[in-house]
Design a protein around this ligand. Structure first.
Ligand code: USQ
Length: 382
């Protein structure tokens, strides 16, 4: 396959480039360095040292003999994006090129406007480029479980059949997000669904939960190929944050009651899910939706697991409940269905003590890079 990875420098993007390249596919990675630059601007850079995308591609070629092509630029600029489609003629586009942080989207008006503009225009431009160059190209878009919110009914995989006054129809599952970032993900699902119906595009929307982990098969023995790893309040996801907090002796920052439940998955499983989706694409005119999680936990569960493993390794881990800076339900029903990707062949890596111990070890090896000021700033939703 000719694979275009948009957002190729990010937490998921770079491991995805390597994963497809290692399996013999032609990869082109595109990124505008938003994440790196925001890390500098907000003083919350990666724990792991990360060469830039061009240097990473060079390292990958030296190690494996495989080429990952790179283009640096902003895909909200159609004049930048269209020639890439025309020259590369991808079979599949993996769209990670969105502003991915809920707290970033809630910082101020400018970051809110950036999130809306970036996330919607990037998606729109991809749709137009595909229509112009190859309408059969498969779009794999990273959605998020947060689009559904925390409804008091079971969460289906994308769709819900509704009976109303004796008649039946199937609709996108109701969505009600709890951050502006998550709301833009609802909006771009809607954009894609419109163009699937109107132009017959083929789209897979992966409703992913918070991801944790550092290594994938391709980087496990080679630190220079490691992905960006954020542990700060803006870009770090909760479990990654807790491990760093435990290593540096910061109390684990459990927001509010800590009974918030989410579906989580290992970074290694994101690779599998995206790959399996690419191998078996959606049909033309289909918006296929998978819930991309492997197990569910409360925040308290995660804190307890990190504390147990951390203490067994000699870290005196403390758990602290702090007033929740977000507006979200702290006690709620949560029962998502997630069988579609398992049926495609996903072999989950569950959150075991061994997985956590390996994360501790890697984080500890970069301990000198931990910026404790970035751990908690208290970005308020209200
Ligand atoms: N939380 C804490 N303490 C912390 C950080 C987070 O208690 O120090 C809580 C949050 O309040 C939330 C849960 O942990 O209830 C998950 O928070 P998160 O920061 O790990 O995840 P979130 O902001 O929802 O966003 C992340 C990714 C985003 C992705 C989303 C999937 O940044 O790109 O879309 O996970 S989901 O959460 O399913 O929507």
């Amino acid at each position: 396959m000719k694979v275009l990875v948009l957002g190729a420098d990010g937490y998921l993007g770079w491991p995805t480039c390597m994963y497809f390249s290692a399996r013999g596919h032609d990869v082109v990675g595109v990124d505008n360095y938003f994440r790196r630059l925001a890390g500098i601007q907000w003083d919350c850079e990666s724990l792991t040292p990360v060469p830039n995308l061009v240097q990473r591609a060079r390292l990958w070629e030296e190690r494996t003999g495989r080429v990952i092509q790179v283009a640096i630029g902003d895909i909200t600029d159609y004049q930048f994006l269209l020639p890439i489609f025309q020259q590369q003629k991808p079979d599949v586009v993996i769209h990670y090129a969105e502003q991915p942080s809920a707290p970033y989207s809630m910082l101020n008006r400018d970051t809110a406007a950036f999130t809306v503009r970036n996330n919607l225009l990037s998606t729109l431009n991809i749709v137009y480029a595909i229509k112009e160059v190859n309408p059969l190209c498969h779009i794999i878009k990273l959605g998020t479980m947060g689009e559904y919110g925390t409804p008091n009914i079971d969460i289906e995989e994308g769709w819900l059949e509704i009976e109303h006054q004796g008649r039946r129809d199937t609709f996108l599952f109701p969505r009600q997000a709890s951050s502006l970032y998550h709301t833009t993900k609802i909006q771009d699902t809607d954009l894609l669904w419109f163009y699937v119906r109107t132009w017959g595009l083929r789209v897979t929307d992966l409703m992913q939960g918070p991801v944790y982990g550092i290594t994938t098969e391709e980087s496990v023995r080679d630190e220079a190929l490691a992905t960006i790893f954020n542990y700060d309040e803006i870009f770090g996801t909760v479990l990654n944050r807790f491990v760093v907090q435990a290593v540096v002796g910061h109390p684990l920052t459990v927001y509010g009651k800590g009974q918030q439940i989410r579906g989580y998955l290992n970074l290694k499983d994101t690779m599998q899910c995206v790959y399996l989706s690419a191998l078996k694409p959606a049909e033309p005119g289909e918006l296929r939706i998978f819930n991309q999680v492997t197990e569910t936990f409360t925040v308290n569960d995660l804190a307890a697991k990190v504390a147990t493993v951390g203490r067994s390794l000699g870290y005196p881990v403390e758990i602290k409940h702090i007033p929740n800076p977000r507006v979200e339900k702290e006690e709620h029903y949560y029962n998502p269905r997630y069988t579609g990707l398992l049926e495609l062949g996903l072999q989950p890596h569950y959150l075991t003590d061994e997985v956590l111990a390996e994360m501790f070890q890697l984080v500890a090896s970069h301990r000198q890079n931990i910026n404790t000021k970035a751990i908690f700033r208290g970005v308020q939703w209200k």
